[in-house]
Design a protein around this ligand. Sequence first.
Ligand code: XIL
Length: 400
Amino acid sequence: MKQTINPAMNRYRRQFLRRVLSTAALGLVSGAAMPTRLLAGTTSGTVQAGGLAGLFAGDFKLGTALSNTTLLAQNPDTEALVAREFSAITAENAMKWEEIHPQAETWDWQRADHFVDFGQRHKMYTIGHTLVWHSQMPESVFVDQHGRLRPAAEVQKTMEDHIATLTDRYHGKIQAWDVVNEAVTDSGEWRKSHWYNTLGEGYFARAFHLAREADANAELLYNDYSMHLPAKRDFALEQITRFRRKGMPVDGVGMQAHVHLDDPALAELEASIEAIAAAGLDVHITELDVDVLPKAYDYMGAEISTNFEYSDELNPFPEALPQKVADELAFRYESLFKLFLKHRDKIRRVSLWGTTDGESWKNDWPVVGRTNYPLIFDREGQPKQAYYSVAGLKSGTQRG
Ligand code: XIL
């Protein structure tokens, strides 16, 4: 079903069109000729001028996550879209432990190689996600064939080999690693994961040291969800600062930013952006998406083991997003990017967690089988109103 065009959307298009045309007049548009169907409509327009990443080139990298479907070349259209619009890429799943290293002696490099190759070909800021995490892990790393927990020395060795093998293979081709993912609870304690329970807090610093030994140049990040929560953020920053004083190499903190239309408040996100920067670390917005569906409960995190039963009430827009909600989504994206622009001196990168709505994990999490609309490209790969609202923020500026 097609969305009707409302005046607000026309405003976004006009703003963006002005920006593109003025850029073209200065000869800054990539490709000599202007496209013939420039922004003809959200379901049929084309966008040029270096895409959205080009508009934000003087502010921060603009990234997306590549799904396995895209990486297995089943969707070359999405690849072309990514190359056109973004300047950074993260592998959504391809480098996670259970995918790339499913058994002790088995490595599956196919998707990850393709991902890194894509980054090289398109000269993209390429992020490795993720070296040490509690989710998407083969249990055999922690538990032997008799169901007994493995001793700490063995687990530590496995972690060391995993990090060394992965970082060596892509040495010089990955610009940033999410070294440790989600090590802190929302209430501000160490997460009692197998890693922590087996190795204690020392695993955290060890992982960063190993990553630096393998790659002297890659930026090393700690990444977590709900980083706007003061207790969580403060604990994470305290631990990072403490380890850093003892020599742990770390360059930045990733705020995943799986947000909703109305929460968290911008002020909460802003406080964390400022706190991370005040700790002397770069801010990376690593997994931005905006959930437009009813909350299964008041859960705001992104702990991926959470799941709720499907019901029609929880899936109110199976055919199309009502215009009113599309307006809210565009406004939310615009507000978020205004905030990011305000703190462009602190923010190194803003990455969306996926490219098109159809591919988003939010269709299946935390409730399987819903139709969500969390990104800035629709299911056909066309820019949404939210895209134009973000692009419109740069309409009055010129890129040098
Ligand atoms: C998600 C992926 O998007 C899904 O495809 C997968 O089934 C589960 O993981 N925090 C992270 C990401 O750091 O790796 C998660 O990605 C989303 C939450």
